[in-house]
Design a protein around this ligand. Structure first.
Ligand code: GAR
Length: 205
């Protein structure tokens, strides 16, 4: 299936996806990389891998809705079916969410539902938790609230700083994100309803 990867920054998660495709661990076709910032380091990673890129700067748009409409038009014009948010630091409106309903996944650097939103690693560090981690989840209309697909934990030790914790979490992100996207791409991930709550089922052979 044809995926777009949306980024805002350095793109190490994008690189992990590129590397997984090259290594044959990820079946997804990475058809487009979109950044909302022209200076995002991930754009060079995409270009080096021969993936088409688009820069759509949110600051050029009067509203979130207009920005999202441009995003949707760009993705549709590239026949994109699925979206991976890889460090994309914008909240999406229903215009975007409805256009790709159930087909957007995000990687977040905390064990959700703890520490949603920005600066998740700092939030975790400052709270004094002994276990931190990352989450891959489907995106719904809340901030980091959608159905959880997979998580990885890391231990927080005495010697850790925010930066060492960030790096430990990032190393786990780089393993789990390509794996989850491969599972989705292969049709191993479905959403069921458990009472009022959507729950993700993994059927990995
Ligand atoms: C990653 O840690 C990702 O989980 C986080 O931004 C970083 C991007 O790094 N995303 C969020 O905080 C989303 N709320 P990268 O550009 O090197 O992949």
């Amino acid at each position: 299936m044809k995926w777009a990867v949306l980024i805002s920054g350095g793109g190490t998660n994008l690189q992990a996806l590129i590397d997984a495709v090259a290594a044959g661990r990820l079946s997804a076709e990475l058809g487009l990389v979109v950044s909302n910032r022209a200076d995002a380091g991930g754009l060079a990673r995409a270009a080096a891998a021969g993936i088409p890129t688009a820069v759509i700067e949110h600051k050029d748009f009067a509203s979130r809705e207009e920005f999202d409409k441009k995003l949707v038009d760009t993705l549709k014009s590239h026949q994109i079916e699925w979206i991976a948010l890889a460090g994309f630091m914008r909240v999406l409106t229903p215009i975007f969410l409805n256009a790709f309903a159930g087909k957007i996944v995000n990687i977040h650097p905390s064990l959700l539902p703890s520490f949603p939103g920005i600066r998740a690693q700092e939030q975790a560090f400052e709270s004094g938790v002994k276990v931190a981690g990352c989450t891959v989840h489907f995106v719904d209309n809340g901030v980091d609230t959608g159905p959880i697909i997979a998580q990885r934990a890391v231990e927080v030790v005495e010697e850790d700083t925010v930066e060492t914790l960030r790096q430990k979490i990032l190393a786990q992100e780089h393993e789990i994100f390509p794996a989850v996207i491969h599972w989705i791409d292969q049709g191993f991930v479905t959403i069921d309803q458990k009472g009022t709550r959507p729950i993700v089922r993994l059927a990995i052979p």
